[in-house]
Ligand binder design. Structure first.
Ligand SMILES: [Zn+2]
Length: 116
């Protein structure tokens, strides 16, 4: 089990990377990560025995970026108070995945342009 701390919009969050059975929020939940807003803790699951992904380290980084965006949305007050036609936009997994996938590229562009 690995524990890290990160500051998200002025609030300290914990990131716990552990085996599935070491977290009740991961165990038998078919998740690779989850965010517990009540304790401001992000859980990232280590590779499961039946996982077939070849590059699980890349998958963990992507999962962590995904969960960090959930944390940013929560700290912004946008986690559940948003609406769209079928469900709140801040719970839209495609939107969160878009940020998780694109944010390294966005950061790189910002850094190249010195606009951070
Ligand atoms: Zn999610």
């Amino acid at each position: 089990m690995k524990e890290q701390k990160v500051n998200i919009l002025g609030t300290e969050w914990k990131i716990i990377t552990c085996k599935e059975q070491e977290s009740e929020l991961l165990n038998e939940k078919y998740r690779d990560g989850c965010t517990d807003n009540s304790t401001r803790t992000i859980y990232i699951c280590e590779k499961k025995p039946d996982c077939e992904l070849q590059d699980y380290e890349m998958w963990k980084r992507l999962s962590l970026r995904h969960e960090i965006f959930h944390a940013f949305l929560f700290e912004s007050g946008l986690d559940a108070s948003s609406n769209c036609t079928n469900r709140p936009w801040a719970e839209n997994e495609e939107m969160v995945d878009w940020f998780a996938i694109q944010s390294p590229k966005i950061y790189k562009v910002f850094a190249e342009l010195d606009i951070l």
